[in-house]
Design a protein around this ligand. Structure first.
Ligand SMILES: Nc1ncnc2c1ncn2[C@@H]1O[C@H](COP(=O)(O)OP(=O)(O)OP(=O)(O)O)[C@@H](O)[C@H]1O
Length: 221
C-alpha cells in the first residue's frame, strides 16, 4: 500500500465570478521510503499541491489517502493528530516560536502528543545536526541555516512516516542549503521516512528517487 495516494486532484479558486484552476486532475502515488521532488516554474501549483497532499487545505475535487486513510473527508479532530504524529513539515521560512529556545521548539510537538522522552530525543536530534551547543539559544540568536536545522529536528521528533518540505533551502545560501538538505536526507533515512519536497533546484532534483514536474497545474507524464 502506498504511504501517499492522490486521485484526480483539482483546485479551483473563484475570483471576481471567474473560476481559476490552479491544479487540474493531478494523481500520484508514493511508496514508503521514497524521496520525491515536485518541481515546476513559479506559479505552476507546487505549493498548492503540497497543501492538499498534507491536508492543510481541501481540494475542490479528488481524494487524498495517507497510510490508507482518506484525509479529504476527515474531520479537523481526526486531522490534528495525523498532522502531529504521522506527518512532519519543513517550510521555506522556519516558523520557529521566537520565545522558545532551540531545544524547546524541537520538544514542542512531542510534548503535545504526551511523549515523556521529549527532552532526551530533542537533545539527540540536536546532536545529530551538530547543534548541541545551541540548545538553549533563542531563534533570534541563530543563523538561517541553524534555524532550518532546528526546524528539521522539530519535524522529525515524532518519527513521522511522511515528511513534506516546501523549498526548505529556499532562504539559505547554497553552502547552507547543501548542509540542510544532506541532514534532511540523513534524518529521513535514519527514520525510514518518506520525503515529498517542493523545489525548483535542479541539483536537489537529481538526488531524488523520482521527480514529478508540474506545468500549469498538471503533472507532465
Ligand atoms: N488563495 C488563492 N487564491 C487565488 N489564487 C491562488 C491562491 N493561492 C494560490 N493561487 C494561485 O495559484 C497558482 C499556483 O500557486 P502556487 O503557490 O501553488 O505556485 P508555486 O508553483 O508554488 O509557485 P512558487 O514557485 O512561486 O512558490 C498561482 O497562479 C497563484 O497565484
Amino acid at each position: 500500500m502506498p504511504i501517499l495516494d492522490a486521485h484526480h486532484l483539482t483546485k479551483t479558486y473563484r475570483i471576481d465570478h471567474r473560476d481559476i484552476t490552479v491544479l487540474a486532475d493531478v494523481s500520484l502515488s508514493v511508496e514508503a521510503g521514497e524521496f520525491i521532488v515536485i518541481n515546476g516554474s513559479s506559479g505552476s501549483g507546487k505549493t498548492t499541491l503540497l497543501t492538499l497532499l498534507s491536508g492543510l487545505d481541501q481540494p475542490t475535487s479528488g481524494r487524498v489517502f495517507i497510510d490508507g486513510r482518506e484525509i479529504t473527508t476527515a474531520r479537523e479532530t481526526e486531522l490534528a493528530p495525523l498532522r502531529n504524529r504521522t506527518i512532519g513539515f519543513v517550510f521555506q521560512s522556519f516558523h520557529l516560536v521566537p520565545s522558545m529556545t532551540a531545544v524547546e521548539n524541537i520538544m514542542f510537538p512531542a510534548e503535545l502528543s504526551g511523549d515523556r522522552d521529549a527532552a532526551r530525543r530533542a537533545a539527540e536530534l540536536l546532536a545529530q545536526v551538530g547543534l548541541s551547543p545551541r540548545a538553549d539559544n533563542l531563534p533570534s540568536q541563530l543563523s538561517g541555516g541553524e534555524k532550518q536545522r532546528v526546524a528539521l529536528c522539530r519535524a522529525l521528533i515524532n518519527r513521522p512516516k511522511l515528511i513534506f518540505a516546501d523549498e526548505p533551502t529556499g532562504n539559505l545560501d547554497s553552502e547552507n542549503g547543501r548542509i540542510v538538505l544532506q541532514q534532511l536526507i540523513d534524518l529521513k533515512d535514519a527514520h525510514g521516512a518518506t520525503l515529498v519536497m517542493v523545489t525548483h533546484n535542479p541539483e536537489i532534483a537529481r538526488t531524488a528517487d523520482r521527480v514529478l514536474p508540474l506545468k500549469d497545474g498538471r503533472l507532465d507524464d
